[in-house]
Ligand binder design. Structure first.
Ligand code: UDP
Ligand code: MG
Length: 162
């Protein structure tokens, strides 16, 4: 009962997910997308793109003082990425669970990083860490706006049950 109550009061959110260059190069775009879409999240944005240095620096500006910042920016601009906007109940925190811990050595098997990566500097995927940062990152990566994706199907998918 308490689970049902917390699920029904969970807020509809949209998060920013990005398959990093190593994920693209290793042909992990389809298996990674499959996990989120099979779970039931709704696609609101999807772009295959190269990343400018300034976009990478802005995205990771909170980490600009870290010793790995330069290497991180070089990693993100090393090849094209897939930028993804996903909508669903509590999707910001839930997507982080599906992604797993930052360091793949600490990511549980069954998570994306746990299953597909070993190195923290090549951990295949990004996901927003808070609703506030999701809003900022979606504005940065999808400044053109999101796609209005089939509201009829969406309301059926997420219909609250009695
Ligand atoms: N990173 C790294 N070395 C570190 C910590 C982080 O290379 O010691 C990279 C890693 O790719 C990580 C990204 O910087 O995904 C952003 O770090 P953050 O702490 O925000 O982790 P995340 O939110 O991606 O789990
Ligand atoms: Mg982060």
């Amino acid at each position: 009962l308490s689970t049902a109550r917390s699920a029904s009061t969970a807020t509809m959110e949209t998060t920013y997910i990005m398959i990093k260059p190593d994920g693209v190069q290793r042909n992990l775009v389809a298996p990674i997308l499959e996990r989120f879409l099979a779970k039931g999240y709704i696609l609101r944005g999807l772009k295959f793109m190269n990343v400018s240095k300034s976009l990478a620096e802005t995205h990771y500006s909170d980490l600009s003082a870290k010793p790995f910042f330069g290497a991180l920016v070089d990693y993100i601009i090393s090849g094209p990425v897939v930028a993804i906007a996903l909508e669903g109940k509590d999707v910001v925190a839930q997507a982080r669970k599906l992604i797993g811990a930052t360091n793949p050595l600490a990511s549980a098997p069954g998570t994306i990083r746990g299953d597909y990566s070993i190195e923290i500097g090549r951990n295949v995927i990004h996901g927003s860490d808070s609703v506030e940062n999701a809003t900022k990152e979606l504005a940065l990566w999808f400044s053109e706006g999101l796609v209005d994706n089939n509201p009829v199907l969406r309301s059926q998918t997420f219909a609250d049950r009695p």
